[in-house]
Design a protein around this ligand. Structure first.
Ligand SMILES: Cc1ncc(COP(=O)(O)O)c(C=O)c1O
Length: 395
């Protein structure tokens, strides 16, 4: 039998410390490894598999589209792209869209758009204020935007134009704003940073400041969007609207796609100023349309809210049994469990042994991002495994 993991070590750059499991199949919230072992998947492709693995509406849309037209250049009109754009605009507060292939690419484009806005309307202002603990992706500029030194240090010097300030602190944003500032860029809830929730009035205060200063508010909803936090977009829960929003991850339930959405007044690209070879190709957009339509028609965000509350309640209940749990936090199906010591990796492995996939978001915290279609039965199963894994750690 081929030893795939040995081959990976031979051929791959060592950028991932992988978990020693080779996954070959998925269905719903479950995946199977090459030995036929089944796992309940609460990692969900890092918050990507919104409809679970190989959902029939996605498989059908991709199969049908693959038989018709997979890729053209963006010189031409293609129907899936326009249908997805229309659905996104009709169901968000934004007016225009641009499609790319990933989250980081969407964020790069959003910052380019903000800089164009700065050139047009703000005397060439180009700086973007972002927050510490944020994660906006892995290109050099987005590493500079992401306020986490572990991602920045290996690549110094970084592109100029990003100021990282404390999260959840409007005064810090105010203090960092100068005549060179064109935008503030935030995740409504910080995902990779550990599922950090904003104070109730933070986003409204930042929105008000951006309005006062005439600068743009970019919301990175790559992780929080498409129903993940219990509404189609997280901004809806905070009573604000962004000028620019980025999406990726869950938008096509596993097929690579990214999107920049903007209000009309911020939609200032002119022909040739931005582009993509693969972005918005018919295959990805057909998957995106099928995913988004299903999520909207079946109120999958509502399910994420309900099941997320059930998950959070179950995790909170565990605190009485395991006092080393220090916090349970999250919205919808983006949830973290924090401990008073660095046991997250041991727990990931203890859960894996018992058939549950979970993510170590910090040395002392786990993150749960299951498919948005799960029900309370799957949560019960996950909680049961987690309980056993936690017991194994303390004994
Ligand atoms: C909030 C946020 N922005 C951007 C990214 C980068 O997305 P991608 O890995 O698709 O480039 C991520 C990925 O985790 C993310 O969580």
């Amino acid at each position: 039998m081929t030893n795939w993991q040995e081959l990976e070590h031979k051929y791959f750059m060592h950028t991932f410390d992988r978990i020693p499991v080779t996954l070959v199949r998925g269905e719903g919230a479950r995946v199977w490894d090459e030995d036929g072992r089944e796992y309940l998947d609460f990692v969900g492709g890092w918050g990507v598999n919104s409809l679970g693995h190989c959902h029939p509406v996605v498989v059908d849309a991709v199969t049908e589209q693959a038989h018709k037209l997979i890729q053209t250049s963006n010189q031409f009109y293609t129907i899936p792209q326009i249908r997805l754009a229309e659905l996104l605009i009709q169901n968000s507060c934004l007016d225009k869209v641009f499609f790319g292939n990933s989250g980081v690419e969407a964020n790069e484009g959003a910052v380019k758009l903000a800089r164009r806005y700065g050139k047009h309307y703000l005397n060439g202002a180009y700086q973007v204020i972002t927050t510490m603990g944020s994660f906006h992706g892995r290109t050099l500029a987005m590493v500079a935007a992401s306020g986490q030194s572990k991602f920045q240090q290996p690549y110094l010097p970084l592109p100029a134009g990003f100021i990282n300030v404390e999260y959840n602190n409007t005064e810090a944003i105010k203090a960092a704003t100068t005549t060179e500032t064109c935008a503030v860029m935030l995740e409504p809830l910080q995902g990779e940073g550990g599922v950090n929730l904003p104070d109730d009035d933070y986003l409204t205060a930042v929105r008000a400041w951006c309005d006062q200063m005439g600068i743009l508010l970019i919301l990175d909803e790559i992780q929080t969007g498409i129903g993940r936090t219990g509404t189609l977009f997280a901004y809806e829960q905070y009573g604000i609207e962004p000028d620019i929003m980025t999406l990726a991850k869950g938008l096509a339930s596993g097929i690579p796609i990214g999107a920049i959405l903007a209000k009309d007044r911020a939609s200032v690209f002119t022909p040739g100023e931005h582009g993509s070879t693969f972005g918005g190709n018919p295959l990805a957009c057909a998957a995106g349309y099928a995913t988004l339509k299903f999520i909207i028609d079946n109120d999958i965000a509502g399910n994420a809210k309900e099941v997320g509350q059930y998950l959070i309640a179950g995790l909170k209940h565990m605190r009485s049994k395991f006092p080393f749990i220090t916090e349970v936090r999250g919205r919808g199906l983006l949830v973290a469990l924090e401990f008073n010591s660095d046991i997250a990796q041991s727990l990931v492995m203890a859960c894996l042994d018992r058939g549950l996939l979970v993510n170590r978001v910090k040395p002392n915290a786990l993150r749960f991002m299951p498919p948005l279609i799960i029900g309370s039965d799957e949560v019960d199963e996950a909680l049961d495994i987690l309980d056993k894994a936690l017991s194994s750690i303390v004994s």
